[in-house]
Design a protein around this ligand. Structure first.
Ligand code: PLP
Length: 436
């Protein structure tokens, strides 16, 4: 009864993010989630499912962690909110900025806080442009991003996003080990064509998440960093998905020891228990801002450095470290990858099994030998079937026909196996239909 009532109200009043309003009207919500514990979610019908995506790649420590609620309660009871503009500050924001400076690799030692990934990327773009104005090179205003990238939906972040449905900027090619070949030299050519003296910054994810879990060729970003340095272009790394243990290291840049000028984070910094993001600046940039800055940069969100969100983030980081979740992500990532490889070997419609810590992906094709694709996307059918069987996953159907994986970092071996078994059954059920 409750589900029926809520479904009707949902259709009437709730416009869902990233969804077709028409489809929402026709179908109503498929799940109204009411509870979460560990890797499991329960909906209003009492149906329990594995959250194979950590919801939106973000619930790294899993659902229902009471200590997180206590951290929010404690701070909210003491001081729920205060301004951080100008000379005002608060303790959780200061402590979190210091903690981040310790766990971020290299000399990314100063942080500007936001409420999420899109705001973080917009902030990085504004800082980059402002930086070049202060340096006396105001013509450096262009930002290069990559095809198939996703950087969010604020205006700057949307412009940078290279997925076709979002694109309205020029993007560099993005090589993926399984998908597109694009050399480092191609990147250099693009810079030369655009005019290096007009380029402020280059932004990239290390692993493209919403683009389909596209892994970079080994060593690729080291070469890209060298080219950025050669042309004086600032390098911004978007670790909104990959940060806070997702890839089996604290940050994905650690795998290839890359040092960006700015690093954007969000999602896993609080595991979704509060809205928080930020941009970390390296010492060079931070020092230049200190010495060159004359006026005020008119950029700050009401919720920059929100005390409750920052206290929740501190607790989240404490739990990640105390419970060894980064090491677990590395170990369970191997189990997940093995499982995806098993599905690739078993089903002719599965190909390109890939994994990087607890990020994974497979592509769906008609025939993995020839690589021939289905006329229509099949991954949505499989994902829908998996949800019925008790596993929430996500499709990527911009250029690939992919299913992606990003379970909570607390997942254990039995739960990964449960994921693989459910997906296996979903593929069997759908394969019978689509290969008829
Ligand atoms: N950057 C990346 C790599 C993302 O995956 C996302 C969201 O999925 C964003 C930025 C935008 O973050 P938010 O949705 O918190 O604004």
């Amino acid at each position: 009864l409750l589900t029926t009532e809520l479904s009707e109200l949902d259709k009437k009043h709730f416009i869902h993010p990233t969804s077709s309003i028409a489809q929402q009207q026709a179908e109503g919500p498929s799940h109204i989630f009411t509870e979460g514990k560990g890797v499991y979610l329960t909906d209003s019908n009492g149906h329990k499912v594995i959250d194979g995506m950590s919801s939106l790649w973000n619930v790294n420590i899993g659902h229902g962690v009471k200590e997180m609620a206590e951290a929010a309660y404690e701070q909210m009871s003491k001081l729920a909110f205060t301004s951080n503009f100008s000379t005002f500050s608060n303790e959780p924001a200061i402590r979190l900025a210091e903690k981040l400076s310790k766990i971020l690799p290299g000399d990314l030692n100063a942080v500007f806080f936001t409420s999420g990934g899109s705001e973080s990327n917009d902030t990085a773009f504004k800082l980059a442009r402002h930086y070049w104005i202060l340096k006396g090179q105001p013509e450096r205003q262009k930002i290069i991003s990559r095809k198939m990238s996703y950087h969010g939906v604020a205006m700057g972040a949307t412009s940078a996003t290279g997925l076709k449905p979002f694109r309205d900027f020029t993007n560099a090619n993005a090589p993926h080990f399984h998908y597109v070949n694009s050399s480092v030299e191609e990147f250099r050519t693009l810079i030369e064509e655009e005019g290096p003296e007009t380029i402020a910054a280059f932004i990239t994810e290390i692993v493209q998440g919403a683009g389909g879990v596209n892994l970079p060729p080994e060593g690729y970003f080291k070469e890209i960093r060298k080219i950025c340095d050669e042309y004086g272009i600032l390098m911004i790394i978007d670790e909104v998905i990959t940060g806070f243990g997702r890839t089996g290291k604290y940050f994905a840049i650690e795998h290839d020891a890359i040092q960006p000028d700015m690093l954007c984070f969000a999602k896993g910094v609080t595991s979704g228990y509060a809205q928080l993001g930020g941009v970390a600046l390296n010492n060079r940039l931070h020092n230049d801002f200190k010495t060159l800055s004359k006026g005020t940069l008119l950029h700050g969100y009401t919720y920059s450095g929100h005390p409750v969100a920052c206290n929740v983030a501190l607790k989240n980081i404490e739990i990640i470290e105390r419970d060894g979740l980064i090491e677990n992500a590395e170990k369970m990532g191997e189990v997940l990858y093995k499982g995806l490889k098993y599905l690739e070997g078993k089903h002719e419609i599965v190909t390109n099994a890939r994994g990087f810590g607890l990020l994974g992906g497979i592509d769906i094709v008609k025939d993995s030998q020839s690589g021939e694709r289905f006329d229509e996307y099949v991954s949505p059918l499989i994902v829908k079937e998996a949800a019925k069987l008790g596993l929430i996953l996500r499709t990527v159907t911009y250029d690939h026909d992919s299913i992606v994986f990003s379970p909570p970092l607390i997942i254990n071996e039995a739960e990964v196996e449960q994921m693989i078994n459910i997906l296996d059954q979903a593929i069997v059920n759908i394969k019978g239909e689509v290969l008829k």
